[in-house]
Design a protein around this ligand. Structure first.
Ligand SMILES: C[S@@+](CC[C@H](N)C(=O)[O-])C[C@H]1O[C@@H](n2cnc3c(N)ncnc32)[C@H](O)[C@@H]1O
Length: 171
């Protein structure tokens, strides 16, 4: 089994499970999507051939970014864009996590247990050997997380980072 949680140099294609996308979507753009994908992550996709980091981002973004040190360049971009959600490993102690998430995000949702990402043929891989989290930079996206949690679509704990906390169900 490949070890894909090192968050250092691994550039493998590990896709978001469909149930997470449907619990949190719909999304307008996935700026880092696989060229060959078993399902759509969003209405529009950029692939490695487009270099999604250098393209304009429009609408609500789904971001499960490439692994490695580049992860936080993508997180910085989402922090500026604000609209959308990111799924990354919960490397909470790292410099990148502090600069792009602890200091900027609206909330972080920590998944209970380990996610099982998917291969480009749609099959499910074994559990990741690192924990994952969702990162929101807007109140609206935090509410989306809360509603998914209330429905039981995702399990874990939400950590609000900004004082304007919102109650589930409020617009
Ligand atoms: C962890 S996978 C996640 C795929 C997809 N975003 C999802 O949620 O299932 C990261 C993806 O980023 C793509 N990628 C890597 N560098 C990229 C770049 N510069 N621009 C766009 N996509 C890129 C890879 O090909 C890979 O499909």
């Amino acid at each position: 089994m490949k070890n894909f949680n090192t968050n250092t140099t691994n550039a493998d294609e590990w896709l978001t499970p469909q149930n997470i996308l449907s619990a949190l979507g719909p999304f307008d753009l996935d700026p880092c999507a696989p060229i060959n994908r078993p399902w759509d992550m969003a209405a529009r996709h950029y692939t490695v051939d487009d270099d999604g980091l250098s393209r304009p981002w429009e609408g609500r973004v789904w971001l499960n970014p490439p692994y490695g040190t580049h992860t936080f360049e993508w997180m910085e971009r989402l922090a500026e864009h604000r609209e959308g959600l990111a799924l990354i490993f919960a490397r909470t102690e790292t410099r990148g996590f502090h600069s792009t998430i602890w200091n900027k995000a609206h909330s972080v949702f920590f998944f209970r247990g380990r996610l099982r990402f998917c291969r480009i043929d749609g099959s499910q891989a074994q559990s990741a050997n690192a924990p994952s989290c969702l990162v929101s930079y807007s109140e609206a996206d935090t509410v989306t997380i809360m509603r998914a949690q209330d429905r039981g679509d995702i399990q874990g704990r939400l950590c609000l980072l900004q004082r304007r906390a919102v109650a589930a169900g409020e617009e």
